[in-house]
Ligand binder design. Sequence first.
Ligand code: SF4
Length: 375
Amino acid sequence: MKNKTRHLLGISGGKDSAALAIYMRDKYPQLEMEYYCCDTGKELDETYQLIENLNSYLGKPIKQLIAKDAIGSDQDPFDHFFKMYRGYLPSSVARWCTKKMKLEPFENFVGNDLCVSYVGIRGDEEREGYISKKANIQSIFPFRKNIWSTDVLQKAWSKKGKPILRAFYSNHAQGSRLDDYVQLINQTIETEKDLKHIVNELLNKDVPLFNRAIFTVLKEFKVPLSFEDDFPMLDNEDVIIKEGVFKILKESGVGVPAYYNKVTYKIGGEEGAYARSRSGCYFCFFQQKIEWIWLYEQHPDLFAKARTYENDQEGFTWNQHESLDDIIQPNRMKVIKSEYLKKEQKRKQAAKSNSPYLMDILDDGDDVGCTACFV
Ligand code: SF4
């Protein structure tokens, strides 16, 4: 009997994965999607509210995954592992939190089953995020024009894959159109950037044809979709960017997580506005300084807890080079708020002048971190 491929979608508690769950349920109800979430026990209430709203909308339970070690513990997953690591807090260079509370529970949940994992990276993002190294897990990115992960594309452009690609296009195109395709496929690839460029060129010519070409090549490689006769996303030409994500959340009634709502503040006679830009633990070390101030002013109880963790570990700071006690000094807060306001003003100007270069360097940090926590 043929192995059944599982279709999994992780809800991080952020806007993009929530919108993806809604999108997939509405557009591809024929896919038997399994939704899951890895709770650390340290999310904001707004995140738990979003998950509850999604639960009702999806009409299916969102399975809570907990690492084996923490099952039956009388503490929440974070505090359980914090104790296990003898009081060492996680940081960007010792990131046991993501490994123990997100990646391991996910890989245990999948086991050896063939699985397609749907990831909510948007069409206006450049990152790819966490890709499992396990051969039985394949990632798909439905919000991007290119739904395939880099490892899959590298297989298609391998010595074994390229002749199949050429043969596929020879069977589906003729004349100068075929010449163009073959010329693109034959181009020398030295870097990931070269591959990305060629893939974009092929996608710009015909998205469904490109997807069918990759799907055909994959039959020669043992990846989860190679065991399937068809895949409904092959004809998908949607590209969902940030505005589209907000639209999906609002129109579905699930709503945008409340921490994205901008709160205004006054600084030097001007008005700025801040919010939190991502889901994740309230003390996450990937936060920007302005987000710490947001936490201090909007959730003082959580800020106090983060500060207690920090003060209990000698020499540790959640933020590089600056303690939470330092950040909330009145003068320091003024500087952070003022710098953030200036950055936002520049960002708005860059958006008006349509400068992708400036937008890039002034990005609001939405994409810092990894897909396991912040999509
Ligand atoms: S949100 Fe931040 S602190 Fe929490 S698990 Fe992810 S990386 Fe670690």
